[in-house]
Write a protein that binds this ligand. Sequence first.
Ligand SMILES: O=C(O)CCC(=O)C(=O)O
Ligand SMILES: [Fe+2]
Length: 317
Amino acid sequence: MSIPLIDLSKLTHSSDVIRQQEIRALDKACREIGFFYLTNTGIPKELMTALMREAKRFFDQPQDAKNAIDITNCKNHRGYGNIGEEQLDEVGHADWKETFDMALDFPADHPLAEKYPTMYGPNQNPSNPKTVEVLQDYYVEAFLVAQKLLTAMAQALSLDDHFFTRCFTDHVTVLRMIHYPPRPANDHDNGAGAHTDYGCVTLLLQDQIGGLQVKNRQGEWVDATPIDNALVVNIGDLMQRWTNDEYVSTAHRVRASLPDVHRYSFPFFVEPDYETNVVCVPSCATASKPAKYEPILSGDWIQSRFDATYAYREKGE
Ligand SMILES: O=C(O)CCC(=O)C(=O)O
Ligand SMILES: [Fe+2]
């Protein structure tokens, strides 16, 4: 298996021939692999560089400064996650990584925050205003990419253009910064344990270190080698369910960094409004392959997956 390249500028091209051809390539990648590189995203290079710089600055702070916005301080899963707080691999070890999560900011007394306090609410921001500004700018740019991609996926699935994007009014899309520190010698090398992502699609910006691996159909781990300026995109479980398993959510993992090597990556987890009713998309059910899954609210699905991953939530804190 090799991970294909999809060109976002072609997915939105004014020439029907070029656009249709790229949409077919996208469709094939989503059905057969669930992973692809996305090139020509339109995200300014300087913004990617700035995000890398701010991530280093954030994670380099003293532990106390990071703990001040610890993810366990709030119900809605925002802020800093220390090493050991997340275990993606359900049978292995906790991940060697520290994280920071942000999403759309809703005041605590917003009706959605009151109804779904584990999903909506305020962010816990880093203290440096420049870091916050860069995170917000990147969030806006990455969301534009997500909207174009979801439109192309709707076209690939013979749906109306807005089929997916209309579900993103009060969406719970998360921008995460991850720092994989060098792992201790003689310890396990789970940077991020094997897992599938929960949501619709994930757009990943990674530095040049490498370590991300994707499981192919033969069960072998294939390196998703970094490509400069390209994002790595993968289908999540919600999109697999929505498409009646036509689009596949593929397992992946990150090998922990070697001594002295720090890796930084930035997944953007594209997740619709909590109350999106996820019902099999019409073009994915046929007489011989009827809808396999019951309708479910997007937020209920994502919540159930979170609960399995974060120990502190299972304890009901
Ligand atoms: O850091 C990476 O390259 C991937 C991280 C990942 O798969 C995740 O956070 O879901
Ligand atoms: Fe992932």
